[in-house]
Design a protein around this ligand. Sequence first.
Ligand SMILES: Nc1ncnc2c1ncn2[C@@H]1O[C@H](COP(=O)(O)OP(=O)(O)OP(=O)(O)O)[C@@H](O)[C@H]1O
Ligand SMILES: [Mg+2]
Length: 331
Amino acid sequence: MVENERIAVQFNHVQKEFADQMVLTDLNLTIPADEIFVLVGPSGSGKTTTLKMINRLEDPSAGEITYFGRPVADYPLQELRWSIGYVLQHIALFPNMTVAENIAVIPEMKKMTKTKIQSRTTELLAAVDLPAAEYAQRYPHELSGGEAQRVGIVRALAADPGMILMDEPFSALDPLSRKQLQELILRLQAKLHKTIVFVTHDMHEALKVGDRIAVMHNGVIHQVGTPADIQQHPATSFIADFFAGAEVGHVVWADTLTQVLASGVLPQTTQAPTTQITAHTSVAAISPRLGNGETLAVKNSLDGHTYQLDAAGLLKYIVAVHTSSDSEGVH
Ligand SMILES: Nc1ncnc2c1ncn2[C@@H]1O[C@H](COP(=O)(O)OP(=O)(O)OP(=O)(O)O)[C@@H](O)[C@H]1O
Ligand SMILES: [Mg+2]
């Protein structure tokens, strides 16, 4: 790490125990300021627990965590929480408040002026492609899942926090919205240069959004490095295997037809649905038939329509969802 880099968060010999279970035995982690730091690992590896200890939703059983050089335990709790934005998988917007009112909650508590709140709301909504004129007065039930997550990001940014924690912020979205929001967060970051700690269990997402990545497994950090470091020099066989699963081909293989249909790239058909092909079928299961030149008709139980799927359609899906616009080709 470069010496003059500012450090946002430091974990020193942190342990965390729940009831009888030791979840983190000796966590040491340095999170630099002004970049996207991704914590990636399979379910149950301790990512959320690690994140929650930063804004003290959880306290460590032993060890110390500092936030910009000062132990988190020494900050007045309210000051610490206000200084750290938090974005979750399912944004809990207040259902009886408009988008603008939801965004204003923390800035109002921080006694920001009305004019300032309004201009900041307008500016941030524009930055996430939700023009205020169209969206500020809507209620949460009038938003799509992806739009609600965007409002959640704006809400976390509204009070100009020193850092933002994001816990699987895009995991509940369909693949296309997910890809759009990954690109949006990168665009936003190019302007704002915030310190962001981003938790995901998806290595593909980690490689795409992270300036630096920490790979976690069973409460242990296996490696911290840039995406290139981790891709080219995986420190353990666990990382090499985890990374192999993130390659484009593997990801597509495991996708279900629900995901393919949700991407919106397939044309509708009036043909009767092909028997025994349901939306839960995986791409792996239908690929041999597509390879033989068959055209399948797949019914989407969500919208009731039937869609035409052939090899070209699957390729369109792969291009739409699994390659980034700046990608130089297959990883
Ligand atoms: N409040 C709690 N009480 C008891 N055990 C808990 C508590 N919170 C988490 N754990 C346990 O700690 C371990 C790590 O959980 P954590 O939520 O940090 O994992 P994670 O990496 O975020 O997983 P996921 O990807 O599924 O969200 C798990 O074994 C979990 O069961
Ligand atoms: Mg979690």
